[in-house]
Write a protein that binds this ligand. Structure first.
Ligand code: UDX
Length: 478
């Protein structure tokens, strides 16, 4: 039998890398070789350290100039450019890796050209990069799709054509957003219009069924998944059992193997941050009492208006708890007439009460004894990380799957509160207080954490699913 060597290729965004790198790390533990494929731009930023002789990082260009912001507003451009420019290099690289195991001269670009790697036997590609899945299969390399978002959101995206047919989509943005959504199996008891991606909302008054182009990318990728030989989710049956049960019969093979970052690994976790982490905030947390701090982070992509920042800040100050706030340089959109920066406004609250960082070691922060709740955009990684640590959440979802994730937090798991569609200082204050003080919310969060940790430990549902996936991958390598 050939040695198994998996090429893992995430979308070039932090939330996708943070989901697929722990997957790569978990594969290493089973003796598999892994090549992790970044874009050139991200490989330079991530300063990725392999930490294992069976893991290496290679890259392909994304076709954009180095100083391009690659922010949320440019996602379609990045997607198109990667598909057009990166795809050519990806195909050439995969052709050489699957025949010889190492990049050809042209592809190496100075990155580690380790001769000891066997040929690539399988690829696990971000499900949004459908062209990379197809190219692998065309080259005769078996390809699996990996979804970094929740199974519930996948199911909702999968149902979009049926929702359009039923007349449920798109709905007017100014209509009653609390209307229940019919047609998404397993979610009819809790899903409302406001929980679907905001791209489903029609801003104009026309009755057409035009959907946002980004939603099309998601819907197409989701439809494409029906054809792939296997679909891997970073989730677990305890969190999303009903959604997984509805997805599985429509797919060839489904594996629920998460939360992957919590799966024990013998090797040190490979680095994955595109920003440099400010460890100083851990020393600041060390000086705070147990469960006294509100951790605030809206992930790697969300951008808020200055007014929204001001509402969050006022609400947090009024709630009275110290807070640690992650503000990337581009988190708050520039606004005319503002003489103080958001960082200065937080600084004015005082070092004992407020700390701002550009990027935090989030998993360490969430497991810190001083953190009492997490004000979050409910990105899927952040949601999983809070679930594993049993930290109550206050959710202010920004886009995409986050709206469904936050509904699960507030109405299904009851491990936090869903602030969706409101950005008001009084609501921020009330919800932060409740998340910090409610025994009910805390006890649900801790109970869920115990269940989820059991899922990823030996014999748990995700651990068994992962072993099944590894057998599947090894059989493909024969
Ligand atoms: C996005 C989507 O929101 C998410 O739902 C999708 O599945 C993947 O892409 P993002 O918006 O960045 O990702 O949010 P999230 O999924 O929460 O990922 C952010 C990651 O960055 C988390 O793993 C978090 O731990 C990490 N992070 C965030 C840090 O390490 N430090 C920080 O300061 C902030």
């Amino acid at each position: 039998m050939a040695e198994a060597h998996v090429l893992v290729f995430p979308c070039p965004a932090q939330g996708h890398i943070n989901s697929m790198l722990p997957f790569a790390a978990a594969l290493l533990d089973t003796g598999v070789f892994v090549t992790f494929l970044h874009t050139d731009h991200n490989l330079r930023r991530a300063s990725s350290v392999a930490g294992s002789p069976r893991l290496r990082f290679l890259s392909v260009p994304d076709g954009l100039p180095d100083d391009h912001p690659r922010s949320l507003g440019d996602m379609m451009e990045l997607e198109r450019s990667l598909r057009e420019v990166g795809a050519v290099r990806y195909r050439a690289l995969l052709a050489s890796l699957s025949s010889a195991g190492r990049p050809s001269q042209d592809d190496s670009d100075g990155v580690d050209d380790d001769q000891s790697f066997p040929p690539v036997t399988c690829v696990v590609v971000d499900g949004l990069l459908t062209w990379a899945i197809d190219a692998a299969e065309e080259l005769g390399v078996p390809a699996l799709a990996f979804r970094t978002s929740s199974a519930c959101s996948f199911l909702a995206y999968q149902t979009i054509p049926e929702l359009v047919e039923l007349g449920e989509l798109p709905f007017p943005a100014c209509g009653d957003l609390d209307e229940p959504v019919r047609g998404v199996p397993g979610m009819e008891s809790f899903l409302r219009r406001r929980d679907l991606p905001s791209l489903c909302r029609r801003s104009g008054g026309t009755g057409g069924v035009d959907l946002d182009p980004i939603l099309h990318v998601f819907a197409e990728a989701t439809a494409h998944s029906r054809e792939v030989r296997a679909l891997v989710f970073n989730t677990t049956a305890s969190l999303e059992g009903p959604a997984l049960a509805h997805i599985a019969p429509r797919m060839r093979n489904v594996f629920a193997v998460g939360p992957l970052h919590a799966m024990s690994s013998s090797a040190p976790a490979p680095a994955s941050s595109l920003w440099s982490e400010d460890d100083g905030c851990i020393a600041w947390l060390d000086c705070q009492p147990d469960r006294s701090v509100v951790y605030v982070s809206l992930g790697s992509l969300a951008v808020i208006k200055h007014d929204q920042f001001a509402e969050f800040l006022s609400g947090l100050v009024a709630a009275g708890y110290p807070f640690l706030w992650v503000l990337r340089a581009d988190t708050v959109a520039a606004s005319k007439g503002q003489h103080t920066t958001p960082q200065e406004s937080i600084g004015a609250v005082g070092e004992d009460k407020a700390r701002v960082v550009a990027w935090a070691p989030q998993r360490d922060v969430l497991r810190h004894r001083a953190v009492g709740c997490f004000l979050t955009h409910a990105g899927w990684n952040s949601t999983l990380e809070a679930a594993v640590e049993g930290v109550p959440m206050v959710c202010w979802p920004f886009f995409g799957d986050q709206l469904i994730n936050s509904r699960n937090v507030g109405a299904v798991w009851r491990t936090g509160l869903d602030m969706k569609d409101v950005c008001d200082r009084a609501v921020v204050e009330r919800m932060v207080r409740e998340a910090m003080e409610s025994d009910e919310v805390r006890s649900s969060a801790q109970k869920l954490a115990r269940v989820v940790r059991r899922d990823v430990s030996e014999g748990g549902s995700s651990a068994r699913e992962f072993q099944r996936l590894v057998r599947f991958i090894k059989e493909l390598s024969m």
